[in-house]
Design a protein around this ligand. Structure first.
Ligand SMILES: Cc1cc2nc3c(=O)[nH]c(=O)nc-3n(C[C@H](O)[C@H](O)[C@H](O)COP(=O)(O)OP(=O)(O)OC[C@H]3O[C@@H](n4cnc5c(N)ncnc54)[C@H](O)[C@@H]3O)c2cc1C
Length: 602
C-alpha cells in the first residue's frame, strides 16, 4: 500500500479560491499569514503525514495499544511500536501549537489552515490523530474558563505537546445522557477537590507518549442539584506537579483496562478509575455547576474535529480505491469494444463509484473549510455584527458537518471496498481498516441522533429557522448566478441546487411544524432532515466551486484540475444532490404509526 499523499491541489483550491483565504488573512491577528505561508505549511504537514504517520497506520491497526496489568489495578498502556516516537517528532515540530492562540506559546494561525492540516493527520492515521483532537479540546476549555493560575500552569505544556489532554465524560450509566453522570468531587480545605468514580471509553486516558496527561473530568459536588446543572468540570492530572512544576507523584487515577474494538485499534480506549486509593486530586475549572457549559465548548470543537475525521478517512479510502482501479485489470472495455483487457477504471460503474466518493468527499471538504473560515471570522473580526452572524452559522453548521461527514464516511469507505472487490474484504490490502475505523465516527462526540436533535431543537426550532433562512438566501443568490452564467453545465448545476433549496425550505417548514405541535414527530425525521440540509449545502459549495473553475478556464488556465472539478460538481448535482427530494418526502411523512406502535412490535 502506498503512503498517504495529501490532496494538496484541492486543499489549496478550497482554501484560496473557494473560501478566499485572502479575506481570512486580512482579519486582525493574522497579519503574518498569507497564501505563501499557507502553502508552505501545507507542504510540510503533508510530508509529516505521508512519511511519518501513514506508515504507522497499519501497524496501529494490526498491533493495537496494549494494557499492562499492575498491582492493585494500577495498569498502564503501551501504544503500538512507533507511535511514541512519532508523537515526539510531532510535538517537537510544533504541530500541536499550530492552531492555538499565541498566548501560552501557540502559533495563532487561522483555523482555515488548521482544518486542512488536521484533515491530513486524520487521513494518514486516525488513531494517532485522536491524541491531538483531545489535547486541542482541553486547551480550548482551559482558555475559555480556566483561572489565570490554571492557564499559566497547564497551558504551555499542552500547547507545546509535552503533555496531552483527555475528555472524561462517559460512565457506564451515562453515555448520551449526561444528566446521569455520578462521578463525585468533594471540596478540600486547600481549595482542591477529591474525585472518585469510574469513567469509561476515555480516549488516550493512559499512554506512553507524553510525560503527563491532563484529564478534564465532569463530576458533581456533594450538594449539587440533580441533572446537568449539578455538573462541574475538574482538571485531574495523571501526575501531580511537584514544587518545581514537574510531574511528580502519581495521582489516584488509574487505567484498569482498555477496550477491544472494531476499529481505531491504535487509539487506546480506556477505563479510568478515580479514587480507588483515597481520591484523585482535581482543580475546579470555571464555576461550580457550569461544567457542562464549558465541556460543550470542548465538545463543539471536538465535533468539528470529528467531522473532519469523516472527511479524512473518506479521502484516504478514495485515494487507495483510485490507485487500485487504475492497476487492477479485469474484463474488456464496453465502450470501445476492442476486446482489449482493461484496468477496471475503464468500467462505467467503477467510474461512478469512484466519482461518488470523490465528489462527495470534495463537498464535505468544502463545508468543513467553510465552517473553519466562519470560525476565524467569529473570533477575529472587528465588526460585532459580522462576528455574531458568523458565530451563529458555525453553531448551525456544526451538527450538520459532524452528522453528515461521519455517516458519509461509512458509506464512502464501503464503496472503496466495493472497488477492491473480494480483495477489499480480505485484510491484506488494508482498505477494510478505513471502513472499520470510520464506523466509530458517527457514534462518539454525540451520536448522529444527538446531532440531529441538536440541529432540529436548539439550532432551528428555537429561533424559528431564522439563521437557516439567512443562509438559504445566500445559497439562492449563488444558485441564481450559476443559472444566469451563460454556461450550460453551470446552469444545469444551478437548477439542481435551486430544486434542492426548495426541498430544504419545504422540509424546514415541515420540521418546524412538527417540533411545535408534536416534538416526537419532529425528532423521528430530524436525522433525514440533517442529511437533506447537508446534501444541499454540499451541492451549493460544489456549484460555487464549479463556477470558480469555469472562470479560471475562461481566464486562460489549462490546469486539468479545473475540468475535474466541473465534472465532479456536475456528478454531485446529478447523483447526490437529487437525493434531497426523497429525503423531503420522508421529513414530511406522518410517523404516527411508528410512534404509537407497542415496544413489543419491534
Ligand atoms: C472508541 C471510542 C472512543 C470514545 N472516546 C470517548 C472519550 O474520549 N471521552 C468520553 O467521555 N467518551 C468517549 N466515548 C464514549 C462515546 O462518546 C459514547 O459511546 C457516545 O456518546 C454514545 O454513548 P453510549 O455508548 O452510552 O450509547 P447510548 O447513549 O446508550 O446510545 C445508544 C443508542 O441510543 C441512541 N440514543 C440514546 N439517547 C438518545 C436520545 N436522547 N435520542 C435519540 N437517540 C438516543 C443513540 O443515538 C444510540 O444509537 C468513546 C466511545 C468509543 C467507542
Amino acid at each position: 500500500m502506498s503512503n498517504y499523499q495529501a490532496p494538496l491541489r484541492d486543499m489549496r483550491f478550497v482554501i484560496h479560491e473557494l473560501v478566499e483565504s485572502h479575506k481570512i488573512c486580512a482579519l486582525p491577528g493574522y497579519a503574518d499569514c498569507d497564501a505563501d505561508l499557507i502553502d508552505a505549511v501545507l507542504e510540510e504537514a503533508s510530508r509529516f503525514a505521508g512519511d511519518i504517520l501513514s506508515p504507522l497506520n497499519p501497524v496501529g491497526d494490526r498491533d493495537g495499544a496494549r494494557w499492562l496489568a499492575g498491582a492493585d489495578g494500577k495498569g498502564e498502556v503501551r501504544t503500538a511500536a512507533g507511535f511514541a516516537d512519532a508523537y515526539k517528532q510531532f510535538a517537537e515540530g510544533g504541530w500541536m501549537a499550530l492552531p492555538c492562540p499565541p498566548d501560552h506559546g501557540g502559533q495563532g494561525l487561522p483555523r482555515l489552515l488548521a482544518v486542512a492540516v488536521s484533515e491530513m493527520w486524520k487521513s494518514a492515521n486516525l488513531s494517532f490523530s485522536h491524541v491531538i483532537t483531545l489535547t486541542h479540546g482541553a486547551i480550548e476549555a482551559l482558555m475559555i474558563a480556566g483561572s489565570d493560575e490554571l492557564k499559566d500552569t497547564w497551558l504551555p505544556k499542552l500547547v507545546s505537546g509535552e503533555w496531552t489532554g483527555t475528555m472524561n465524560i462517559t460512565e457506564p450509566q451515562a453515555g448520551s445522557d449526561l444528566a446521569a453522570i455520578a462521578c463525585r468531587a468533594v471540596p478540600q480545605a486547600d481549595g482542591s477537590f477529591r474525585i472518585s468514580g469510574q469513567k469509561i471509553f476515555i480516549t488516550y486516558g493512559d499512554h506512553d507518549m507524553a510525560a503527563n496527561i491532563v484529564h478534564l473530568v465532569l463530576a458533581r459536588t456533594p450538594d449539587a442539584p440533580a441533572g446537568v446543572k449539578g455538573l462541574s468540570l475538574f482538571l485531574v492530572p495523571k501526575f501531580i506537579l511537584d514544587e518545581s512544576g514537574k510531574p511528580g507523584e502519581h495521582n489516584d487515577v488509574y487505567c484498569t483496562s482498555i477496550e477491544h474494538k472494531l476499529g481505531v485499534h491504535g487509539s487506546p480506549t480506556t477505563t479510568l478509575v478515580h479514587g480507588d486509593h483515597g481520591g484523585s486530586t482535581g482543580y475546579l475549572i470555571g464555576q461550580l455547576g457550569r461544567g457542562l457549559e464549558i465541556m460543550f465548548v470542548m465538545m463543539n470543537s471536538a465535533r468539528l474535529s470529528v467531522g473532519t475525521e469523516g472527511l479524512g478517512v473518506a479521502q484516504r479510502a478514495w485515494q487507495l480505491a483510485s490507485e487500485y482501479a487504475k492497476d487492477r485489470v479485469q474484463g474488456t472495455d464496453m465502450t470501445q469494444k476492442t476486446g482489449e483487457r482493461v484496468a477496471i477504471v475503464r468500467h462505467p460503474d467503477v467510474r461512478r463509484l469512484l466519482m461518488t466518493q470523490q465528489s462527495h468527499t470534495e463537498a464535505i471538504r468544502a463545508l468543513a473549510y467553510t465552517i473553519a473560515a466562519l470560525q476565524d471570522i467569529a473570533h477575529q473580526s472587528q465588526d460585532p455584527d459580522e462576528r455574531d452572524s458568523a458565530h451563529r452559522r458555525v453553531e448551525l453548521l456544526t451538527p450538520v458537518l459532524k452528522g453528515w461527514s461521519t455517516e458519509s464516511s461509512v458509506e464512502l469507505t464501503s464503496l472503496a471496498i466495493q472497488i477492491f472487490g473480494g480483495m477489499g474484504f480480505v485484510e491484506e490490502t488494508g482498505i477494510s481498516q478505513y471502513m472499520r475505523d470510520a464506523r466509530i465516527t458517527p457514534i462518539y462526540e454525540g451520536t448522529t441522533a444527538i446531532q440531529a436533535a441538536d440541529l432540529a431543537g436548539r439550532k432551528i426550532a428555537r429561533d424559528g429557522g431564522k439563521v437557516l433562512a439567512a443562509l438559504v438566501a445566500d445559497m439562492r443568490a449563488d444558485a441564481a448566478a450559476l443559472v444566469d452564467s451563460g454556461n450550460a453545465t453551470l446552469a444545469a448545476i444551478g437548477t439542481r441546487i435551486g430544486n434542492g433549496l426548495a426541498d430544504l425550505e419545504a422540509a424546514t417548514a415541515a420540521l418546524l411544524e412538527k417540533m411545535a405541535t408534536q416534538p416526537a414527530a419532529g425528532l423521528v425525521v430530524a436525522e433525514p432532515f440533517l442529511k437533506l440540509f447537508a446534501t444541499v449545502a454540499g451541492g451549493w459549495l460544489m456549484g460555487k466551486a464549479a463556477h470558480k473553475a469555469v472562470t479560471a478556464i475562461a481566464g486562460g488556465s489549462d490546469d486539468p484540475f479545473y475540468k475535474s472539478k466541473i465534472a465532479s460538481a456536475k456528478f454531485y448535482a446529478d447523483h447526490i444532490l437529487t437525493r434531497s427530494s426523497g429525503l423531503l418526502a420522508t421529513v414530511q411523512a406522518d410517523n404516527s404509526l411508528l410512534l404509537e406502535m407497542a415496544d413489543e412490535g419491534f
